[in-house]
Design a protein around this ligand. Sequence first.
Ligand SMILES: Nc1nc2c(ncn2[C@@H]2O[C@H](COP(=O)(O)OP(=O)(O)OP(=O)(O)O)[C@@H](O)[C@H]2O)c(=O)[nH]1
Ligand SMILES: [Mg+2]
Length: 446
Amino acid sequence: MPGYTDTIAAIATPPGRGGLGIIRVSGMQSMAIFKALTGSQPAPRVAKFVAFKSSDQKIIDKGIALYFKAPASYTGEDTMECQVHGSRVVLGMLLDEIISLGARLALPGEFTERAFLNNKIDLVQAEAVADLIDSNSKKAARSAMQSLVGTFSSSIQYLRDRVFNAKVLLEAALDFPEEDTTINTPPAKKEIQECVDFLNALLIKAEAGRVLDQNPMVVIVGRPNVGKSSLINNLSGVDAAIVSATPGTTRDLIKEKVLLSGYAVTLFDTAGIRETEDELERVGVDLAHKALARADIVLCVHDNTLGTDNMRGAVRDHVAPGAKIITVRNKIDLCGKNDFVNTENEVFISAKTGAGMDTLVGMICNNLDVDENEEDLIFSRQRHRDALRRINNDLQQALSDIDDGAGLEIQAESLRRCLLGFDELTGRTTSDDVLGAVFSQFCIGK
Ligand SMILES: Nc1nc2c(ncn2[C@@H]2O[C@H](COP(=O)(O)OP(=O)(O)OP(=O)(O)O)[C@@H](O)[C@H]2O)c(=O)[nH]1
Ligand SMILES: [Mg+2]
């Protein structure tokens, strides 16, 4: 254990008013701070109703005090928690008192960093803590939880053990050069091949889970006045964009994160795509083009009271291959009939009355590249996918070294690089830069 001598403290609940507010303390002085604040002896894991008092014996608030004895705590250190009323003033006074008793303010993610450094969790699990806090859909929360309880980590550990086995097999032959040095090659090769298969399956799950890391982008385009801004407002349930009968109202890119049937997506309202002489409008149209290039799904909106146009073709020139384009025919409330027939790529709606919106939401969700089976998703970060791909390359290299009859040292070298890759992934040998980047993304108090 690194054995920190300093004790850290932070408010763990979000800013603002709330029924409850929580302060966490972690480090060697936790017990002394507990005693000084409450005037009582802590019993590990027992919730105590106490009066939290300042050094001049004035009551700051009454609430619950909790004490956890090392190593049986989140951080692996002695910790205490104060649950008081959720007032910033009360929490501020209590935190000041804790600091004056010898603790210092915790940095973002420092509690989780200590948990990592005290081997309570590995780096992938630490990242899952942040992902769980940031998760904005049920699916994202569930799969971050899977990583947190170690499902992803144990797959990595399992693979690491098997690669280690293969390396031991190859290196054992090195120790007995007088024997047939290729005797262990077939079992090692079989082991590596099975690792490649397992890793490929893992990569597929990690790729499927990337949508949880980056929300899919749904971009709304169309001619002026067709109802693009009305649509983003309807989908998001807030007045994100100005709606007006004046054509060319929206010139900026408007962004709104929303949950559609439990899926988190980021919606963009745009100025649309059109030729224009107006300098400001042109900037808006440029922004729309850029958004289109990154879109996963494009909602190409038309005013159904007007004739058809060639928007779909114009959009296709700007989107990435694989992006889904849905034609949205709006303002059906003005069309004097209601026997519209939706198809796979086309839906009739009224952004004003809400008619057809359920069908549109269903179409968007059907086109999100998400595997329905939560167990088959891994909430993967870019860092994980890059590391898994590098490991895959090294395994492939080891296989071709074996096939080419390269020396045993060369064969073992690729496997050694693989093992380093696993250790970087779980944080066993990760550089301070990577650790700093991971923990600085946390909120204070976690
Ligand atoms: N009746 C009816 N009017 C609609 C509907 N959707 C939008 N409108 C009206 O159409 C006009 C234009 O709507 P906006 O949502 O501002 O259209 P836009 O495409 O964002 O327009 P620009 O930003 O100017 O390109 C407004 O007067 C809206 O009230 C609809 O479904 N039915
Ligand atoms: Mg608009």
